[in-house]
Design a protein around this ligand. Structure first.
Ligand code: MTE
Length: 305
């Protein structure tokens, strides 16, 4: 069955699978079959990459956001992102690739092995959530477009459209929002392009229609509403690093031993945990160290922060 551009996750997935925590537990969560396979969603074993921690609620995940294109307050993205046009959407893939081009979103998703990934998400501001994303490995897309041997980094850009993104009418950041990864980080199976959460299409405030999620790095690396992916030989410029290089390094791996110059990174507040809940200890690489520490062998992470 060819992929239908207007197919929503909610069309292929019984909502109860996503909204009902009990069925999540009973079914051991679910793996979404890619629509291109022509099969409906089926219960399967939990992805080995997923955490079994209790996910935050849909409400929490979609009303407490950072998306400066829509304003600075945590509630601004939910209030203002509704006006963003996400269809049509295309992504330019260029630089050191064999098949550069402007890819329509439906083409980009065609055959993509989309699955659920329940990831911890740790913001540099020291709050955290657990989010059930749907997405596919960035490596899948990079392999499809053909990365040339000279490529060493992947650069990403968000849409610039001040008419629909009121935050872009001021210069809080040098737009477009830009992020980047080293190629081995980008190819790591934990790194996904997310297209939805809780079985719903990606809410606009969370970065519709397609965003990056890199769970062992601070949340600002997980760039939203992507319109360009470039393979480069040189380390790309990234928005927060451009704004304040001392406070926001290129790597920005979650690291409880390297404090932000203005606050400790040793602990975090789990959003929605309630006023009596204590702070929880922040884990090295946000708890993904067994999978990613080897990427940084030989690097001094206090210098490469
Ligand atoms: N992407 C864009 N384009 N603009 C942003 O302001 N904020 C980042 C990141 N991606 C941001 C962005 C920050 S600081 C965080 S913590 C996460 O998005 C928040 O993702 P969430 O709102 O889905 O939790």
């Amino acid at each position: 069955m060819p992929f239908k551009a207007d197919l929503k996750w909610s069309d292929v997935t019984p909502k109860s699978v996503w909204m009902n925590r009990r069925s999540l537990l009973a079914g051991g969560a679910a793996l979404i079959a890619a629509p291109a396979l022509g099969t409906p969603a089926r219960a399967a074993t939990r992805s080995p990459w997923s955490t079994d921690e209790e996910p935050n609620t849909f409400e929490q995940i979609t009303t407490y956001n950072n998306f400066y294109e829509f304003g600075l307050d945590k509630g601004d993205p939910a209030r203002n992102a509704g006006q963003l046009t996400t269809d049509p959407w295309s992504v330019v893939i260029d630089g050191l690739v064999d098949r550069p081009g402007t890819y329509d979103l439906a083409d980009l998703l065609n055959g993509a092995p989309i699955e659920e990934r329940i990831y911890r998400f740790r913001c540099v501001e020291a709050w955290s959530m657990v989010i059930p994303w749907q997405g596919f490995e960035l490596a899948h897309l990079l392999n499809r477009v053909g990365v040339q041997p000279s490529a060493r980094y992947v650069a990403f850009e968000t849409l610039v459209r001040p008419s629909e993104m009121p935050g872009q009418r001021s210069n809080i950041l040098d737009w477009p929002y830009r992020e980047g990864l080293r190629l081995d980080e980008a190819m790591h199976p934990l790194t996904i392009l997310a297209t939805g959460l809780y079985g719903e299409e990606m809410p606009k405030q969370n970065g519709a229609p397609i965003r990056l999620v890199v769970p062992w790095k601070y949340g600002f690396k997980s760039i939203k509403s992507i319109v360009r992916i470039s393979l480069t030989a040189e380390q790309p410029a990234t928005s927060w690093n451009m704004q304040n290089a001392r406070e926001y390094g290129f790597y920005s791996n979650v690291n409880p031993n390297v404090d932000h110059p203005r606050w400790s990174q040793a602990s975090e507040r789990r959003v929605g945990a309630g006023i009596f809940a204590g702070r929880i200890d922040t884990q090295m690489f946000n708890g993904y160290g067994e999978h990613v520490a080897a990427l940084y062998a030989g690097q001094d992470l206090t210098r490469d922060y």
